[in-house]
Ligand binder design. Structure first.
Ligand code: EPS
Length: 385
């Protein structure tokens, strides 16, 4: 079984992930992981922190001569900014001059976290709630992506909406979406919308405000039958939603037509089934977003995620000082203005992890060769149905 966990604080020494269950024999290169780490750092609207960091992965275990060994893979990403935070984040001595954070930011983990964990300085909470943690998830996703590539599965994402500006996708050639997204500063394939998005991010920044939006993740060439209808926690759409919803600031996940299903008649909600000798079973629409009954159905997996506006505001909202209980402005801490483009890369990683997990469950094997043989046998069986 594939699983991972992460550790590390935003301004501590670094972020680490331990990834277990990747079959032996997979090519793993730090350069490939670093490509995704760099993609996550980009996007118009990021804050000054991204000028400090140049994320690079250090593989501490589980890989030898650029191949997985089947043992836990430890991925470490150093926080360059740690140099500036050594006394504040010291694991040993107390920083007596250190400023305690007392005025929780509405919308952040601060208040619930400090009540739950019994601390009087919410730095203990924000350090781990921070989206810095997503660097580790992207490194994990990059390894999973390598596994999926062995089976021809391709994952990409693009930004659909930032604030009130949405991409017009109707005139865009589907085969160009991935490339156009990579070329845009906000990862939006619609050039005109990209320009407007940059403008509204600038405007929000000048007003000390932040912006959210929506991104879509697409997975191509996913085989039929990942996940299962037989038990609630095996359903692929549910697992993908959990993984995506757990990304910092994501408030809604929509599979296929998503919320539009509510107002659409059954006759226009589903994907009619066709058959040809060449293609086998196929559909001409993908309203379901690639899953039916909690299983992949062979169409592209398509999921949109909504990210709320970042709650760290340089012109803060009202809050309460936890010592005096008086109303004051929330703490103003350094932050991004808009991180929707970066969140799309994290979304890709979340989908890559869940699909890799489902692939290993379905095709098993401690070594990649076994997994490939099982896959081939399955594909040839379903082709003759
Ligand atoms: C974040 C606040 C900012 C972001 C950070 C997430 O960091 P800082 O507090 O150091 O300015 O830049 O994102 C990252 C560091 C990253 O790597 O994505 C937050 O509070 O969530």
């Amino acid at each position: 079984m594939i699983r991972f966990s992460t550790a590390g604080e935003s301004h501590g020494q670094g972020i680490v992930a331990i990834l277990e269950g990747i079959p032996a024999g997979l090519n793993i290169n730090t350069e490939d992981i670093d490509v995704d780490l760099a993609r996550r750092q980009k996007g118009y609207g990021r804050g000054q922190r991204m000028n400090i960091e140049t994320d690079q992965v250090h593989i501490l275990s589980g890989v030898r001569y650029a191949k997985s060994m089947g043992s836990p893979i430890t991925l470490f990403i150093f926080n360059r900014d740690w140099e500036n935070w050594q006394s504040v984040m010291s694991p040993t001595s107390v920083d007596i001059d250190g400023k305690h954070l007392k005025k929780p930011r509405p919308g952040h983990a601060d208040l619930a976290g400090l009540m739950k964990y019994g601390v009087d300085d919410f730095r203990n909470i924000l350090e781990r709630a921070s989206a810095r943690e997503t660097a580790a998830r992207v490194a994990v996703g990059a390894v999973c992506r390598e596994l999926l590539k062995e089976f021809g599965i391709n994952i990409y994402s693009y930004v659909e909406t930032i604030g009130k500006v949405s991409a017009k996708m109707s005139g865009i050639d589907k085969s160009q979406i991935q490339h156009l997204a990579e070329m845009s500063f906000v990862r939006c394939p619609d050039k005109a919308a990209s320009k407007k998005m940059i403008q509204i991010i600038k405007q929000a920044s000048s007003k000390g405000d932040t912006l959210g939006g929506k991104f879509k993740v697409v997975a191509e060439n996913v085989p039929v039958g990942l996940g299962s209808h037989t038990q609630w926690d095996l359903k692929l759409d549910g697992r993908l939603a959990q993984s995506l919803m757990s990304i910092q600031a994501i408030k809604a996940v929509e599979v296929g037509m998503g919320t539009k299903f509510a107002s659409t008649l059954g006759s226009a909600s589903h994907d009619e089934i066709f058959y040809s000798n060449k293609k086998g079973f196929y559909r001409t629409t993908n309203r379901a977003g690639g899953t039916e009954g909690g299983m992949s159905n062979g169409e592209n997996i398509e999921i949109s995620c909504t990210m709320k506006s970042i709650p760290s505001l340089s012109k803060p909202l009202k809050s309460v000082n936890i010592d005096t209980k008086k109303v004051e402005k929330a703490e103003a801490v350094r932050s991004d203005v808009c991180a929707v483009p970066a969140a799309g890369i994290v979304g890709e990683a979340a989908v890559a992890f869940e699909l890799a997990r489902a692939m290993v469950e379905k095709f098993g094997g401690d070594c990649l060769e076994d997994m490939k043989n099982n896959y081939k046998a399955y594909v040839s069986r379903i082709q003759i149905i």
